[in-house]
Design a protein around this ligand. Structure first.
Ligand SMILES: Cc1cc2nc3c(=O)[nH]c(=O)nc-3n(C[C@H](O)[C@H](O)[C@H](O)COP(=O)(O)O)c2cc1C
Length: 342
C-alpha cells in the first residue's frame, strides 16, 4: 500500500505517509512541555505515525492561543521540547513542530493582542491592537528565534502556521487586513508579512531542512480568501516551502462549512495541480482506506489524521494489518502476527 511507503521531504525520510497534524493540547506550563506531552507524542510514535507535527507553539507569549499552549520564546523552553523529540525519534517517528502566533485570537486576558487591523474576531477576544512596523519586526524576530530553538531541540521539520485565522492568516485575508500600507491591499502586499516570516526563519535553517506552510485554503465567506486567491498566494511563496498542509476556515464567525469525510481533500488536490506543490491533506479522514484513496489518486502526498489519533493512537497498526510492524513488537521479541491478530 502507498500509505505505508516511505516519503522524502528534503533530507528527511518518513517511514510512511501518515501524519499526526498539530493539535493544541492545552497542557503546557509557562510554555514548557509536561509529562502529558511525553506520553501523548510518545504514544503517536509507538503508533507508527510517519511524521508527528507538534501542536501550535507560541513564538512570543501573546503568540499563544491559550495560556497552557507550548512555547519556544525563551531558551529555557528548549529542554522539554528536546525530550519530546528524543522520545519520538527513539520509537521511530520523524518529528516536526508548528510555530505560530495567535494574533487577534490570543485568549490570554492579561496580554495585549495584535493584528494587522483593529478588527475583532468576536466579543470574547475583543479589539486587537493594529501592529506598527516595530511590532511586526518583533514578531518576525520571534519566529526566527523560535526556529533556531526548534533546531536546537532536534526537530527535523518546521511548519509555519498560516491557517485557522491566526496572525499570518489575518494578514493574508482581506476580511481581517484593512491596512493601507505595504502590508495591505493587493495579494502581494497581504503576503508580505508571511514572506518576512519565511525569510527570517529560513535564514537560520540549514539548506536541506524541510519547511512546511499550513494554510486555510478558503475562508468560506464572501470577500475573503477562496481557492482561486489561495492559488495566487501559494504561487508567491511556493519556492520557499517544501510542502503545503491544506486546511480551511477559522478566520471569520460567518463561515459556513459543510462537513463530510475528506471535505478538505479537494482543496489539497487543487493546490497540488494548479501550483505544482506537494501537499498534506487533512480533515475528517479516519480510515486507512481513505488515506490510500487520496494517495493513489494523487490528491495529496501525505495524509494527516487528527482527532482519530486522539481517540486511538494505534489506528494505523490496527487497520494496517500486515503492512505495519509495530516497533515495540520487534523490541520485545513478540511475534508480529500474534500482535496484529484481530
Ligand atoms: C484538539 C485540537 C487541537 C488543534 N490544534 C491545532 C493546532 O495547534 N494547529 C493547527 O494547525 N490545527 C490544530 N487543530 C486542527 C487539526 O490539526 C486538524 O486540522 C483538524 O482536527 C481536522 O482534522 P481531523 O478531522 O482529522 O481531526 C486542532 C484540532 C483539534 C481537534
Amino acid at each position: 500500500m502507498k500509505t505505508f511507503s516511505p516519503y522524502n521531504i528534503k533530507n528527511l525520510t518518513l517511514k510512511n505517509r501518515v501524519v499526526m497534524p498539530p493539535m493544541c493540547m492545552n497542557m503546557a506550563e509557562d510554555g514548557h512541555p509536561t509529562d502529558f506531552h511525553y506520553i501523548h507524542y510518545g504514544n503517536a510514535a509507538l503508533g507508527e505515525i510517519g511524521l508527528i507535527i507538534v501542536e501550535a507553539t507560541g513564538v512570543t507569549p501573546e503568540g499563544r492561543i491559550l495560556e497552557r499552549d507550548l512555547g519556544l520564546w525563551r531558551d529555557d523552553q528548549i529542554e522539554g521540547h528536546k525530550k519530546i523529540v528524543d522520545l519520538s525519534k527513539k520509537y521511530g517517528s520523524s518529528i516536526g513542530i508548528q510555530l505560530g502566533h495567535a494574533g487577534r485570537k490570543c485568549g490570554i486576558k492579561s496580554l495585549t493582542t495584535y493584528a494587522p487591523s483593529p478588527i475583532m474576531f468576536n466579543d470574547h477576544y475583543g479589539v486587537p491592537k493594529e501592529m506598527n512596523q516595530e511590532e511586526i519586526a518583533r514578531i518576525v524576530l520571534g519566529f526566527q528565534e523560535a526556529a533556531r530553538r526548534s533546531l536546537e531541540a532536534g526537530y527535523e521539520l518546521i511548519e509555519i502556521h498560516g491557517a485557522h485565522g491566526y496572525l499570518i492568516h489575518q494578514f493574508l485575508s482581506p476580511l481581517s487586513n484593512h491596512r493601507t500600507d505595504e502590508y495591505g491591499g493587493s495579494t502581494e502586499n497581504r503576503v508580505r508579512f508571511l514572506k518576512e516570516v519565511t525569510e527570517a526563519v529560513k535564514s537560520v535553517l540549514p539548506k536541506d531542512f524541510p519547511l512546511i506552510l499550513r494554510v486555510s485554503a478558503t475562508d468560506y465567506v464572501e470577500g475573503g480568501i477562496d481557492i482561486k486567491e489561495m492559488v495566487k498566494i501559494i504561487d508567491l511563496v511556493k519556492e520557499e516551502y517544501d510542502m503545503i498542509h491544506v486546511s480551511s476556515g477559522g478566520l471569520h464567525v460567518d463561515q459556513e462549512i459543510t462537513l463530510y469525510p475528506g471535505y478538505q481533500v479537494k482543496l489539497s488536490e487543487t493546490l497540488k495541480k494548479e501550483c505544482g506543490v506537494e501537499t498534506i491533506a487533512v480533515g475528517l479522514i479516519t480510515e486507512v482506506g481513505q488515506v490510500e484513496e487520496i494517495l493513489q489518486n494523487n490528491r495529496a502526498d501525505l495524509v494527516a489524521l487528527g482527532r482519530v489519533l486522539l481517540r486511538d493512537p494505534f489506528v494505523i497498526i490496527r487497520e494496517g494489518h500486515g503492512h505495519v510492524t509495530p516497533l515495540f513488537a520487534y523490541q520485545r521479541g513478540f511475534h508480529v502476527n500474534w500482535i496484529q491478530k484481530k
